[in-house]
Design a binder for this molecule. Structure first.
Ligand code: NAD
Length: 477
């Protein structure tokens, strides 16, 4: 069994409570990590506060150099990190190796290249000078989701560090190993000991305790249910929460779309990572005139997706992350089928070992806004005139996809869609330069781009007067 300790104040620590890690593809335990103790969480906060005082005094270019060093460390360890994410979470190995870990590394590199001039602005006239300066918050608690831990580590941590904050990272109890493994390399960096801390354990124990303590900002990527718990936990001691949630992502296919491209992308967006992707499609709207042909072509492709060992290069989909998740998804689908849904394809896979669920398509009679976080696609035949209302009524707004060759139509529906990202004739067009985040119930935080950096800084106005202040003489003395 492999052992993974947590990392606080530049030291590796353990506790008496172990959490076993099970490979979801074969149900065998292969590693364990520890649940951080309250004392160690408090120690992490103390170390992070000390480190912040030192780190914030460095200029941006020096902080950028450290981000570049971290980016190199990720590159050197990409195989090990990808291997761990696949064994622990069940993602197809090529996704971990070629997408998830490299994207994280690219974001570190991107923020490493930021220059200092961008962050201060001066105005002056004969009465004085105004300086607008961006300052770090202090200690940032970073709560990561299980599906892409290292990717979201890359979406959040470089921006938080570049801004001058220190971080305490809490990965999900279902996706901790890549982050814990990476801490083994942090001692090679020339950084204050408590600048980057990683604690581990269950969310409702370790995560909840961390949020309630004296951290200055919470960066949360996860579910809406957990966000509500965090808000109630911090209600006596409110602080900024940068939040990135999921939602019901809608994909609209119009009759004039490039249908082969659209089918390919619907398959990918619904079933990559077994649908455990915040950007994944859950609600597919297809214009009535092409609905039957489109669905036939979709099912024809889905039938070819092989389920099995995520390290096997011929396999397209691995298992879901845990047995509990598998059972919950199965029950949710059965409930829909007992109501107003018809199974087109899929369901629970017939395998002796592993938490496998087939790519599944359910045809709806009525609109349902769901996030399964699983390979389940809800499909609905629609008229163009119905689409505006369906988009408008979606309570969430992370990603919308639009497939049409008519760019005027695409523009019209893009404007109607209140979501953080709209992809027109494409999917997963994500880059370190473009802001990513949600609208409505999908959250309000932004990762990546300039906007991602500004989440971790507050604007300070320094006003210097040359003449009498505006209130001198106010009381007549
Ligand atoms: P989750 O909400 O169960 O857990 C997220 C994190 O919060 C974990 O680290 C967990 O341990 C911690 N946590 C759990 N309970 C807590 C509590 N009471 N107090 C403090 N922390 C607590 O989410 P998940 O199942 O790991 O991830 C799936 C969700 O994340 C989906 O809804 C998905 O759409 C969303 N997601 C969003 C993005 C994005 O960038 N918008 C990216 C990935 C995932």
């Amino acid at each position: 069994m492999e052992e993974y300790m947590y990392y606080v104040g530049g030291e590796f620590r353990s506790s008496k409570n172990r959490i076993e890690v099970i490979n979801p593809a074969n149900e065998e335990p292969f590693a364990y990590f520890y649940e951080s103790s309250k004392e160690d969480i408090e120690y992490a906060i103390k170390c992070a506060k000390d480190a912040y005082k030192e780190w914030r005094c460095l200029d941006f270019s020096k902080r950028g150099e450290i981000l570049a060093d971290i980016s190199d460390l990720i590159l050197e360890n990409v195989n090990t990190l990808a291997d761990l994410e696949t064994r622990e979470i069940g993602k197809i190995f090529r996704e971990s190796l070629f997408v998830d870990i490299p994207l994280s590394q690219e974001v570190f590199k991107y923020y490493a290249s930021f220059s200092q001039t961008f962050y201060e602005r001066f105005d002056s006239d004969k009465t004085g000078i105004d300086i607008i300066r961006y300052e770090p918050f202090g200690v940032v608690a970073v709560l990561l989701p299980y599906n892409v831990p290292f990717m979201i580590f890359g979406f959040v941590v470089p921006a938080a560090l570049l801004a001058g904050n220190s971080v305490i990272i809490k990965p999900s109890e279902y996706g901790s190993l890549s982050i814990l493994e990476f801490t083994k390399h942090l001692q090679k960096l020339d950084i204050p000991a408590g600048l980057i801390n990683v604690i581990s354990g269950r969310g409702d124990v370790v995560g909840s305790y961390l949020c309630s303590k004296d951290v200055d900002l919470i960066s949360f990527t996860g579910s809406r249910e957990t966000l509500k718990k965090i808000f109630s936990r911090i209600s006596e001691n409110p602080k900024k929460v940068v939040c990135e949630l999921g939602g019901c992502n809608i994909c609209v296919v119009f009759e004039d779309a490039d249908l082969e491209e659209a089918v390919q992308n619907v398959c990918g967006s619904a079933f990559i990572k077994q649908g455990q992707m915040c950007i994944g499609t859950t609600l597919l709207l297809v214009e009535a005139s092409i609905y039957d042909d489109f669905m036939d072509s979709l099912v024809e492709k889905i039938e070819k997706i092989e389920l099995g060992d995520p390290f096997d290069p011929t396999v397209g989909m691995g298992p879901l992350v845990t047995k509990d998740h598998l059972l919950a998804v199965d029950e949710k689908v059965k409930n829909i089928l007992n109501g107003f849904g018809k199974l087109i394809y899929g369901g629970r896979a017939d395998k002796e070992k592993g938490y496998f669920y087939k790519p599944t398509v359910v045809e709806l009679e009525e609109i349902l806004y769901e996030e399964f976080f699983a390979p389940v696609l809800l499909a609905k035949r629609v008229k163009e005139s119905e689409i505006e209302t369906i988009l408008e009524n979606n309570p969430t707004g992370l990603v919308t996809q639009i497939w049409t060759k008519d760019l005027e139509k695409a523009k019209k529906f893009e404007k109607m869609s209140r979501s953080g990202t709209v992809w027109i004739n494409t999917f997963a067009r994500i880059s370190p330069k473009t802001p990513f985040g949600g609208a409505k119930e999908s959250g309000w935080g932004r990762n990546l781009g300039k906007e991602g950096l500004f989440e971790y800084m507050f604007a300070k106005h320094v006003g210097i007067g040359f003449e009498k202040s505006p209130i001198s003489g106010w009381f007549g003395f």
